[in-house]
Design a protein around this ligand. Structure first.
Ligand code: 5GP
Length: 118
C-alpha cells in the first residue's frame, strides 16, 4: 500500500516480500537479514520497518529498539557462529556512503584471526 514500486528502496521491497532475503529476525517494528555482499560470515543488516533514510528520522523508541535488536544479533552471532566480537556500523547519509536510503545497522561478526590479532 502507499508508494509506487519505483519509489521503494530495495529494503522496502525485501520487507514487502517482493525480493528474497535470508531473515534472521522479524518483529512488528524491525527486521534483520543477511547482507547480500557480506564482509564476514553472518554479516546482518538490521532495519526499521518504517522506511526512512536517516537515524535522525527515527523516534527515540524506534532507535532504542533497533539498537537493542542489533545487540541481540551480535550476541546470537557469537553463540551460533562462534564469532568473538562484531562491528556495529551505520552509514548515515549519502555523504557517509549510505547506498540504500533506508536506515540499516550493519552487524559484522569478527572471528579469531580475521581482523586484528585475537
Ligand atoms: P550501505 O553502504 O548503504 O551502508 O550498505 C548497504 C548494504 O546493503 C551493502 O552492504 C549491500 O551489500 C547491501 N545490499 C544492497 N542490496 C541488497 C539486497 O538486495 N539484499 C541484501 N540482502 N543486501 C543488500
Amino acid at each position: 500500500a502507499g508508494e509506487p514500486r519505483s519509489l521503494l528502496t530495495v529494503f522496502a521491497r525485501i520487507l514487502a516480500g517482493e525480493l528474497p532475503a535470508s531473515f534472521v529476525w522479524q518483529d512488528d517494528r524491525c527486521a534483520a537479514f543477511l547482507d547480500i555482499n557480506p564482509v564476514s560470515r553472518g554479516h546482518a543488516l538490521v532495519i526499521p520497518k518504517r522506511s526512512v533514510q536517516h537515524l535522525s528520522e527515527l523516534t527515540t523508541e524506534e532507535l532504542a529498539h533497533l539498537w537493542q535488536v542489533a545487540r541481540e544479533i551480535g550476541s546470537a552471532q557469537q553463540a551460533g557462529l562462534g564469532s568473538l566480537g562484531q562491528h556495529f556500523l551505520v552509514n548515515d547519509g549519502r555523504a557517509a556512503s549510505q547506498s540504500v536510503p533506508h536506515v540499516h545497522i550493519h552487524v559484522i561478526p569478527r572471528y579469531r584471526g580475521d581482523w586484528v590479532k585475537t
